[in-house]
Design a protein around this ligand. Sequence first.
Ligand SMILES: Cc1cc2nc3c(=O)[nH]c(=O)nc-3n(C[C@H](O)[C@H](O)[C@H](O)COP(=O)(O)O)c2cc1C
Length: 263
Amino acid sequence: MLIEIDGRRCIGCGRCVDDCVGANLRIEDGMAQVKGRCILCGHCVAVCPTEAVSIPSYDMGEVEPAAPLGAIDASTMLRVIKSRRSVRDYRAQAVEREKLDMILQAGRYTATAKNAQACRFVVVQGGLAELKNLVWDGIDGLLDLPAAEKPRWAKVYKPFSRNRLAEPPVDFLFRNAPAVVFVAAERADDAGLAAQNMELVAASLGLGMLYDGYLCRAADELPAVKAFLEAEEKPLQVCMLLGYPALSYPRTAPRLPGDFVVK
Ligand SMILES: Cc1cc2nc3c(=O)[nH]c(=O)nc-3n(C[C@H](O)[C@H](O)[C@H](O)COP(=O)(O)O)c2cc1C
């Protein structure tokens, strides 16, 4: 059964019926009944006042009382969003496992189209040296090809490859971050939304991130890297460097005037 109703707890109030996006529930004999297929969004679990609904295939042990709307002060929230910066210099300090777990949970609990929940989140920290080798070997191998065989995308990476071996070395792809996070997904919007929530939780943990489009592109193009990341089945949509920032910004960064339409 996709959804289970506990007959001892259900009071037949119909809140789950009213809130069901798929019209998958009805009240019969004073109790909620499940009709058929649904997207397992979990609203029936969340809205039930008596904890009568469960979805056995989900981790029900993680369900907890919801934070009230307005739990985070809006001006603090907006200031945190304005204060978030792309971090391109990191302290030589590993990210604790508990913090990585919280960041992963932020991605996992983000909305997905049709509730697909099909993002794969890959964190590389212990295996970072191996990842770097695979990426740079892959890029350098392509750059060594005769001009006619060299993929167009790889040509852009030529100065990055040179600068990484210069003195002092500058690794434009990995910077000096202790960890890298990838999100693989069919839909770019699913991955992007998850990444943004992950970044905000990272910020609340004192961590910084960099959306790394160049590393994402290279990783997605290189089969050995995709295999290492165990992400061969879906495109890599987002890549983020992660770590403790080595610098702080005393002010927010300015932006263009907002391009808003409010009617
Ligand atoms: C999708 C995406 C890809 C990005 N790729 C890179 C990148 O490859 N390298 C880099 O240094 N910055 C990258 N950035 C960071 C942007 O340059 C940065 O967000 C912008 O300059 C504004 O700075 P802020 O994030 O501190 O507000 C990327 C940002 C986004 C959203």
